[in-house]
Design a protein around this ligand. Structure first.
Ligand code: ZN
Ligand code: ZN
Length: 91
């Protein structure tokens, strides 16, 4: 089972276990502080799902899903397609 790498799409900063995000009152939140990557962006205080996540390093916002960087899928599925483009080197 593969795990995504989690880091900021702007500056590649990686969240720490001790990192905390705020469910901001200014944006209609409840003021809870928690690690948003433990819950997939869902505030444990009010259940609000945050579509955007602020980087604690560069202070820019990014879509929460853009923080997850999945490894490249297996190249095995593309192998057959490559073979169709090979032509015999005949006269
Ligand atoms: Zn909240
Ligand atoms: Zn950043």
């Amino acid at each position: 089972m593969r795990e995504p790498e989690i880091y900021c799409p702007h500056c590649a900063w990686r969240p720490l276990g001790s990192s905390r995000w705020l469910c901001s009152h200014h944006m209609g939140g409840c003021g809870t502080k928690w690690n948003t990557f433990w819950t997939g962006g869902v505030c444990p205080g009010c259940g609000c799902r945050w579509e955007i996540t602020a980087c604690l390093s560069c202070k820019q916002f990014a879509l929460h899903k853009d923080w997850y960087h999945w490894p490249e899928p297996d190249a095995g599925q593309q192998r057959d397609r490559v073979r169709e483009t090979e032509y015999p080197a005949g006269p």
